[in-house]
Every structure is written in structure tokens, then in C-alpha cells.
Ligand binder design. Structure first.
Ligand code: IMP
Ligand code: MG
Length: 184
């Protein structure tokens, strides 16, 4: 374990199990709705590891994927309250069923901006999937999360794609970052 991690919240094995179950839940939902074509959009960069594991557990769907890059953090541990779109999706999204995949929803500002953007483009349906949800920090009302891996407490967490100042994304587990790392 990295010396900068004070506690492991989810081991690689726990993540794999939960992600597989989420993939099944998503497949069943779309099957039930008789939707068989889906565009899955990964919010870069944090969701990329979760996303690549998740989509391999979504079966029986004609699936395409795409990416959008959002920057809301800079290099601090606090959101700056504004989400900038650095790179938009390449695919046409109008008239399509879209599932957004995010790493963590904290204040909700990033997700609200993404949702607004996709709705404005005239998607046929829009669902949100996040690996982690930190509900106590929410600042945006009425953000409906359709698929969620785990609810987490108000701590700064890293690993499995999540970073602090660009680091720790490669950790195979999710852990709490030792506060002395970002408070110095
Ligand atoms: P929001 O706009 O405040 O909901 O922030 C969402 C974005 O902030 C996420 O996509 C993450 O990239 C980042 N973020 C929020 N909380 C954490 C955390 O605990 N660790 C790492 N990144 C985080
Ligand atoms: Mg993110």
C-alpha cells in the first residue's frame, strides 16, 4: 500500500465484484426498456479505468463508446465550482440513448454541466452511472443518479482512476488520501 494512503476503502477484488454487478444491472435495465443500442460516454480522465472495466460487463447491447473531457478541479483537493469542457464527444448524440460514466459525484457541479450539455443536444434518453457518490457534499439539487457503485464518506479518495493533482490514478484499489499530502 502506498504510504500516502491512510485507509483502503475498496480492494481490487471488491471493485471488480461491484463493477460486474453494476454492468449486469445496466444491461438488465436497457433490456427491460427494449433499448438495444447505447452510446456510453466516459468522463475523462477519472472514470477511464472504471469505464473500461464496466463496459466489458454490459452484454446484449449494440454498444458504442466515446469520451468527454471535463476539468473542474485544477490541482487542488477542492472543486473550483465551475466545470469546463476541454474536449467534447466525437459522436453525434442527438436522438441516441446515452449513458454517462463518471468516477465520483461530489458537489454535482460537473455532472450537472454534462447533463445540461447532453440534453441540449437532444438525446433520446440520458442516464448517469457513477462509481462513487459523496452525497453529503452535494450543492446541485435534482441530480438523479441512475446507477451507483458505492456511497462514500466526506474524505478525499484516490486510486482506480481517481487522482490528486494527477497522481495515484494507477492504484488498483480505492483509498483515503492521507490529509497531510494535500494540506502541506
Ligand atoms: P463535482 O463537480 O464537485 O461533483 O466534482 C466531480 C469531480 O471532482 C469528479 O469527477 C472528480 O474528478 C473530482 N473529485 C471529487 N471528489 C474527489 C475525490 O475525493 N477524489 C478525487 N477526485 C475527486
Ligand atoms: Mg471526474
Amino acid at each position: 500500500m502506498s504510504k500516502d494512503i491512510s485507509q483502503v476503502l475498496y480492494s481490487a477484488e471488491e471493485l471488480a465484484q461491484r463493477v460486474e454487478a453494476l454492468g449486469k444491472e445496466i444491461s438488465e435495465y436497457y433490456k427491460k426498456e427494449h433499448i438495444n443500442s447505447l452510446l456510453v460516454v466516459s468522463v475523462l480522465r477519472g472514470s477511464v479505468i472504471f469505464f473500461s472495466d464496466l463496459i466489458r460487463h454490459i452484454d446484449d447491447l449494440d454498444l458504442e463508446f466515446d469520451f468527454i473531457t471535463i476539468s473542474s478541479y485544477g490541482s487542488s483537493a477542492e472543486t473550483c465550482g465551475k466545470a469546463d469542457i476541454l474536449n467534447d464527444v466525437a459522436e453525434k448524440v442527438a436522438g441516441r440513448h446515452v449513458l454517462i460514466v463518471e468516477d465520483i459525484i461530489d458537489t454535482g457541479i460537473t455532472m450537472a454541466a454534462v447533463v445540461e450539455r447532453f440534453l441540449a443536444k437532444g438525446v433520446k434518453s440520458l442516464k448517469l452511472c457513477t462509481l462513487l457518490d459523496k452525497p453529503v457534499r452535494r450543492k446541485v439539487q435534482n441530480l438523479k443518479i441512475d446507477f451507483c457503485g458505492f456511497e462514500v464518506p466526506d474524505q478525499f479518495i484516490v486510486g482506480y482512476g481517481l487522482d490528486y493533482a494527477g497522481r495515484y490514478r494507477q492504484l488498483p484499489y480505492i483509498g483515503v488520501l492521507e490529509p497531510s499530502v494535500y494540506k502541506k
